[in-house]
Design a protein around this ligand. Structure first.
Ligand code: AMP
Length: 381
């Protein structure tokens, strides 16, 4: 693989066309790159900012090959594409991160098995391919436990908490015969994540340990500089570095952790791309996770990840539109609040429509301002 940098003026292809690709496109264009995006969607969040939006299924290999021929490097913002797609693309342009990284991260069972084999700390789990497997897994891990589909799940989709033995039947039926994974329910003290980048030359950068608060299994608030001990901080960064090195990652990857009882760190999952919990970096860090993805996949040196000011991010889900258009002016009354909307027109409940970031004196102040700004969106109703 050539290690010559792919210079500004070149074209970066992005598989996927959601908000992550949109923010990537902003960063790439600012640095003078062209951006092409491929996904089954039209008029997509990434397409709005891309030089070219190709609408095709990910398994339309003719379209993928045609797309790959017209770009200098390929990255993605949506990891659930088939190996056939990345293999096909890789015949025409470097794919970064490599298809093999996607294969591990898009499948919970493969991911957790890989992490366990590499001796990284992971939530206890068992494979469930039959009703009998489920019985045995529950016997081994106990209840409560969380049953999840093994492949293609995100934001709590395709998962179910099992509290009592009576829940097994319903849980198994909900999986509809697809391969699943049972995880011990972790009574966590907090959830944190580390987003990191690894360059073509193996260089490493990270945005520290971020505290994440979820609502209905979906990220709600993310605040950098999580209040964790120095030991836990070191461990989280070391584990993340170990993972990106072991994967030979070129790009950005997020590790989501539970801080379990006794300050024990356990990996919940990996995302081999910029992550919602790293969106604060777009405004609050010297180099955002999106710019870092550009730099990493183009073989440029990584930028500083220094946090410029205390900040906190809140997600804006489609539910906020239930009573009509949110009151943007009210939310922006605080001059230290920044608004990001992803250009999605269909505000379905639970759909990530945008986010807001607030700066503050310290992390608690920033968090409160971000939450207050979001409340102001619907306060006048
Ligand atoms: P996931 O889609 O697997 O990241 O799950 C979404 C959210 O559900 C997590 O961020 C947790 O808040 C919760 N969750 C998932 N798995 C577990 C688990 N094994 N124990 C406790 N909470 C969980």
């Amino acid at each position: 693989m050539s290690s010559r940098p792919i210079l500004p003026g070149s074209t970066i292809g992005v598989l996927g066309s959601g908000q992550l690709g949109r923010m990537f496109a902003v960063a790439a264009r600012r640095m003078g790159y062209r951006v092409h995006t491929l996904s089954p969607a039209t008029d997509s969040p990434t397409g709005h900012l891309a030089d070219r939006e190709v609408t095709a299924a990910y398994d339309d290999l003719d379209a993928v090959a045609d797309f790959a021929r017209q770009v200098d490097v390929i990255t993605f913002e949506f990891e659930n594409v088939l190996a056939a797609t990345t293999d096909c693309a890789a015949r025409h342009a470097p794919v970064r991160p490599a298809g093999g990284v996607l294969q591990i991260c898009q499948h919970r069972l493969r991911e957790k098995t890989w992490l366990e084999q590499q001796a990284f700390p992971v939530t206890p789990f068992r494979r469930v391919a039959s009703r009998e497997d489920l019985e045995q897994a529950v016997a081994a891990l106990g209840l409560p436990a969380v049953l999840k589909t093994a492949g293609f799940g995100y934001d709590g989709k395709g998962q179910m908490k099992l509290n009592r033995p009576e829940d097994l039947e319903r849980g198994w039926e909900a999986m509809a015969g697809v391969e699943a994974i049972l995880e011990a329910f972790v009574p966590f003290e907090r959830e944190v994540s580390v987003t990191a980048a690894r360059g073509l030359d193996g260089s490493f950068a990270h945005w520290g340990v971020v505290e994440n608060e979820h609502r209905n299994h979906v990220l709600d608030v993310s605040t950098p500089e999580a209040p964790v001990s120095d030991t836990l901080y070191r461990e989280a960064i070391d584990v993340t570095r170990g993972i990106v090195d072991a994967l030979g990652l070129v790009g950005v990857l997020c590790v989501e952790f539970f801080v379990g009882p006794g300050n024990r760190l356990m990996i919940n999952e990996l995302a081999p791309r910029p992550h919602n919990s790293g969106h604060f970096s777009f405004d609050a860090s010297v180099t955002s996770q999106f710019e870092q993805q550009v730099r990493a996949v183009c073989g440029l040196p990584l930028g500083s990840t220094t946090l410029l000011r205390p900040a906190s991010m809140v997600n804006l889900l489609g539910d906020l539109w239930a009573g009509g258009e949110p009151d943007w002016s009210a939310a922006l009354t605080d001059p230290d609040v920044k608004l990001h909307l992803y250009g999605k027109t269909d505000a379905r409940p639970g759909r990530k429509m945008g986010h807001m970031l607030a700066f503050g004196r310290d992390r608690d102040d920033a968090r409160q301002r971000a939450i207050a700004a979001r409340s102001a969106l619907t306060a006048g109703r």
